[in-house]
Structure formats: C-alpha cells, structure tokens
Design a protein around this ligand. Structure first.
Ligand SMILES: NC(=O)c1ccc[n+]([C@@H]2O[C@H](COP(=O)([O-])OP(=O)(O)OC[C@H]3O[C@@H](n4cnc5c(N)ncnc54)[C@H](OP(=O)(O)O)[C@@H]3O)[C@@H](O)[C@H]2O)c1
Length: 319
C-alpha cells in the first residue's frame, strides 16, 4: 500500500510503498478516508511526546494514530488502536473491531477527523466547571484549538470571553467568533501582566490554556491581588503547551490568587459522551464551525511542512 513513512526521529514523512497491514484476530481492515494532523502527531514523530516511545522504537513507521475510514461493509467509522510501525497516514489500517465507531450522520469525513479538538475544548466545562455567565480566558485563541474554544465558550453561555494570541490579523478575526476582548502576548513581560489585569473585569473564572510557558507564567503573576481581599476562584484548565512545556509558579501566586489548576483530562471519562454529542449537535445546526484544509496523501511532504495553515486543521485524504 501507499503510506506516509518516517525513517528517523523528527524526519518529514515521505509518500512511499509500505507492506500492507496484516489483519489479526478480532481486527478489521479499514480503508482510510481522512486523518487530521495535529501537534501531538508532530511531537510523537519528533520523539518529544510522552507517548512517543513505541513509535520511535518501531521506525521506520507511519505517523498518526486515529482517523476516519470505511469498513469492508461500507460503514464509515472513526477508528484508532493502530500498532506501530503502522499508523493512519496510509491507504489501509488494521485495527481492533472494538476501536471503531460509526461517525454521526451528516458530518463529512474531514470534519469528523478534526472533531477531537472541539471535544477537548469542552474541558472548560468538564474540568473547569464553567457555568453560564462566567468569564473565560482562552490562552492561544488564534490556533485551531483555541478558535474552537472561543466558539464553544460562547455556545456554553460564557458571559465574557477574553482571547490571547500573537498574530494581529488572527486576533482581529476572533471577535466574529465571540471574543469580547483580545490580548497580544507578543509584548514585554510588564505590559502583558498589565493587559491580563486590565481585561480581567471581575476576574477570570475559567482559563483554558493551550499555551503554558511564558504567557501563563505571567498570567499567574497578574492574578496576585494588590490587597488582602479574599480572592475569587480562577480554574485554569491545562490543555496545551504551544509556548513551552514548563512554568515557574511562585508561592504567592498560588497562595493569594484563588488559582486552581486542573488537567484537561479531569472528569473526561464521565463527560466525554455528552461532550461529543453536544459538539455534533452544534456542528449539525451550524452553530459551530471547524476549519479544515484537506490535502492528498501523495503530497504529505509539502503538507507536513506547510506553515501557512494558521487556524485551520490539516486533514490528509488518501488519493
Ligand atoms: N489535550 C488535548 O486534547 C489537545 C487538543 C488540541 C490541542 N492541544 C494542544 O494545544 C496546543 C495548541 O494546539 P493547536 O492545534 O491549536 O495549535 P496551533 O493551531 O498551532 O496554535 C498554536 C497557538 O499557540 C500560539 N503560540 C505558538 N507558539 C507560541 C509561543 N512560542 N508563544 C506564545 N504563543 C504561541 C499561537 O499563536 P499565533 O498563531 O497567534 O502566533 C496559537 O494561538 C498544542 O500544544 C496542542 O498539542 C491539546
């Protein structure tokens, strides 16, 4: 079969022949229809993700671990459960039958492939406990996941949405998606701390954080109150690390600010089914839009290295 193949850590995948996967007991052969390429896939290829060991040990290997495909009986399913060196950027994948589920009617394969970022943005409610009327800060709102988070905050009834990013043009577009105020993080430290304070209103109730690193470190400083007043809670949901893998959290920032930090996986297992159904309903009604750019598998090399896809998810469609 044809596949995208990586031969060493961090290499750009190449379109080439690869042995067909063997279908083991309890497995089904899926003809791949659409695969979203996300930061997590690039991190696994680079060897920097905490789950990258099996992929790296199996090189040369096919990247990406989930996708949308067609079963032999014609059913279109979402699937996962591939075992390296096999991945989903290929014509075919052999996966456990238990790792397939029909995609919702009315949702095309490329959008279905890109659903996961929208579902994980629901962690502002499942992990962060967002209630309607509360103020949400989206850190990294100019990215694919952050743009979805702004829309989802609005759909969940947030009272105020503050959105951060670096790209001025992308920041301008966020008001049409529901942001009430934007903050450019590409300013010096003191200016950014002040901007977080200026836009806080009565306080950030929930932060959904795709950045971590410097902007979030400065946010924690901005949350330190200027008096002994009792702080309000700020529930920060940690979901991405585009600006860096670590922050330095000072004792006073944690002690005085009302800051609570949760991983996005908090309550995920119990909240996943409802989050999924809600996202599907919004997509069907047209209230939520996921921007995707599709490219054929044969063009994986140029697709993988594109730098112009800001705010839109790359989805590979085998040709
Ligand atoms: N846990 C989950 O389920 C989940 C789901 C989706 C995403 N994520 C994670 O969330 C993060 C964002 O994903 P994405 O798909 O939205 O990526 P993306 O489309 O590449 O967006 C990246 C965002 O981070 C900003 N950014 C990038 N580098 C930065 C830096 N050095 N300093 C400050 N800001 C920076 C970008 O700002 P500008 O474009 O304005 O420069 C943009 O807002 C990634 O870490 C990803 O792995 C996690």
């Amino acid at each position: 079969m044809k596949a995208a193949v990586v031969d060493r850590a961090g290499a750009v995948p190449r379109f080439q022949d690869f042995p067909d996967p063997e279908v083991g007991e309890g497995q089904v052969l899926v003809t791949v229809e659409a695969v979203a390429v996300e930061n997590v896939d690039r991190a696994i290829v680079a060897g920097t993700h905490y789950t990258s060991a099996p992929f790296q040990a199996a090189l040369p290997a096919i990247p990406c671990f989930d996708g949308i495909g067609r079963l032999p009986d014609g059913t279109v399913v979402g699937f996962g459960g591939v075992t390296p060196p096999y991945g989903t950027l290929a014509q075919y994948a052999a996966v456990p039958a238990t790792h397939t589920a029909p995609i919702p009617e009315g949702i095309g394969a490329p959008i279905a492939a890109a659903l996961s970022s929208a579902i994980s943005a629901m962690s502002m409610r499942t992990a962060g406990g967002l209630s309607s009327g509360e103020t949400v800060l989206v850190q990294g709102a100019t990215g694919v996941a952050g743009r979805l988070a702004v829309q989802i905050a609005r759909l969940l009834g947030a009272g105020r949405i503050v959105a951060t990013g670096r790209d001025e043009e992308a920041l301008r577009q966020l008001s049409a998606l529901g942001a009430d105020a934007v903050i450019n993080t590409a300013v010096d430290d003191a200016e950014l701390v002040q901007a977080f304070r200026d836009h806080a209103g009565d306080g950030y109730d929930v932060v959904i954080d795709y950045l971590w690193g410097r902007p979030t470190e400065l946010l924690t400083r901005a949350l330190i109150p200027g008096s002994f007043a009792m702080p309000e809670r700020t529930r920060l949901v940690q979901i991405g690390e585009s600006a860096g893998p670590a922050i330095s959290l000072t004792g006073d920032a944690l002690r005085t600010s009302g800051l609570e930090i949760y991983g996005a996986a908090r309550n995920l297992a119990s909240g996943m089914a409802a989050a999924y159904q809600q996202v599907v309903d919004w997509l069907r009604s047209g209230e939520l839009a996921i921007d995707v750019t599709t490219m054929p598998l044969s063009e994986i090399e140029s697709a993988w290295t594109r730098t112009d896809l800001r705010g839109t998810r790359l989805v590979i469609v085998p040709d």
